[in-house]
Design a protein around this ligand. Structure first.
Ligand code: MEV
Length: 359
């Protein structure tokens, strides 16, 4: 039996711009996980999830392919991760197995609340990591990232894959996406083994150290948002208003470079100023696209946090989900938490996932 887990994440800054090649974002992984367990099976393989309304899927093999009856299942990311990792296992000369794969997640709550903590990325990474062990493929973090990124792209083509990086590496990180057009063309010409060996143009993942006096607070607005739909809407707007959009991109790059520098210098004020500047840029993107990034609940969350002395903004695509606050550890937040509660904002009691928590 093998077990692997991968953490959920939140975006701190750089959202939307990071979807384009060459524009950085900052993310943080959280100590809340998706766990995948794989155990040999006798007659049929299965995928069983204790989320997705306790769904299960049974499969067998036809040659190397998985065959299953129910195509209308919720396991798109898991199946994509299985296909890719098994393709790589075949290239490595490994005979394919028959197994039960069980998924457990604490990223969404037991009563079905969806917090937007990157569960699709975490389940993809946890599946690749579990199969890496099961087939003894010996992949390190970079190759797990690459396989999981391709598997995720095959299901949802419009993301930056920053959440995959956060799920693989943990902790705080600066992330810049690879060139997706290059990858699409390289995939036509190369085996997976070759793709994993070559550098991916523009990909940049740097682990960051947060200042010890900086605390991350997370508030949940209670309304889930669809990242993919919001990213598509921004993509529509960008072709119509390229000039303004590229000003947003350049502004985001310069703010993020400043924030990364502030992380290097353990400069909490610099990080907070960057967060606020990034929020204003995202507001300009919302204006030019008509997409509501900061909802009224997120505005409330932010203004209460700013009054308490923190720097705050939406996290990820916005439109609901979570808001984040970066605040000095010395500040007493009892009053802020009471004000959030009165405004129906739920504080999520999550810690930053430390890199060594990973295995
Ligand atoms: C969503 O979590 C963050 C976006 O930048 C999209 C992405 O990076 O894939 C809006």
């Amino acid at each position: 039996m093998v077990t692997a887990k991968a953490p959920g994440k939140l975006y701190i800054a750089g959202e939307y711009a990071v979807v384009e090649t060459g524009f950085p974002a900052i993310l943080v992984a959280l100590n809340q996980f998706v766990t995948v367990t794989i155990e040999d099976a006798a007659q049929y393989g299965s995928i069983i999830s204790h989320q997705y309304q306790e769904n299960s899927l049974y499969w067998r093999r036809d040659g190397d392919e998985l065959v299953f009856d129910n195509r209308d299942n919720p396991f798109h990311y898991i199946l994509s991760a299985i296909r890719l990792t098994e393709k790589y296992a075949r290239e490595c000369g490994k005979p394919l197995g028959l197994y039960n794969l069980e998924v457990d997640s604490d990223l969404d709550s037991a009563d079905g609340k969806k917090y937007g903590l990157g569960s699709s990325a975490a389940v993809t990474v946890a599946t690749v990591k579990a199969l890496n062990e099961y087939y003894a493929l010996g992949m390190g973090p970079e190759n797990v990232y690459k396989l999981a990124a391709i598997a995720h792209l095959d299901v949802q083509g419009n993301g930056s894959l920053g959440d995959i990086a956060a799920s693989v590496y943990g902790g705080w990180l600066a992330y810049q996406s690879f060139d997706k057009e290059w990858l699409a063309s390289a995939r036509r010409r190369h085996t997976l083994t070759e793709l994993l060996q070559m550098p991916w143009p523009q990909l940049n993942i740097e682990l960051l150290q947060a200042p010890t006096n900086m605390r991350l607070m997370i508030g949940w607005t209670g309304s889930p948002a669809s990242t993919s739909r919001l990213v598509d809407k921004i993509a529509d707007a960008k072709s119509e208003q390229w000039g303004e959009y590229s000003r947003f991109l350049e502004g985001s790059r310069s703010v993020l470079q400043g924030m990364i520098e502030a992380f290097h210098n353990a400069d909490i004020r610099g990080i907070q100023d960057g967060l606020r500047a990034n929020r204003i840029l995202l507001a300009s993107l919302a204006d030019l696209s008509g997409v509501q990034i900061e909802t009224p609940a997120l505005t409330k969350l932010r203004s209460l946090a700013e009054q308490a002395g923190g720097a705050a903004k939406s996290s990820g695509a916005g439109g609901g989900d979570c808001g984040i606050v970066l605040i000095d550890r010395g500040i007493d937040t009892t009053n802020l938490l009471a004000q959030w509660a009165a405004a129906q904002i739920e504080p999520l009691p999550l810690r930053v996932h430390e890199v060594q928590d990973s295995e």
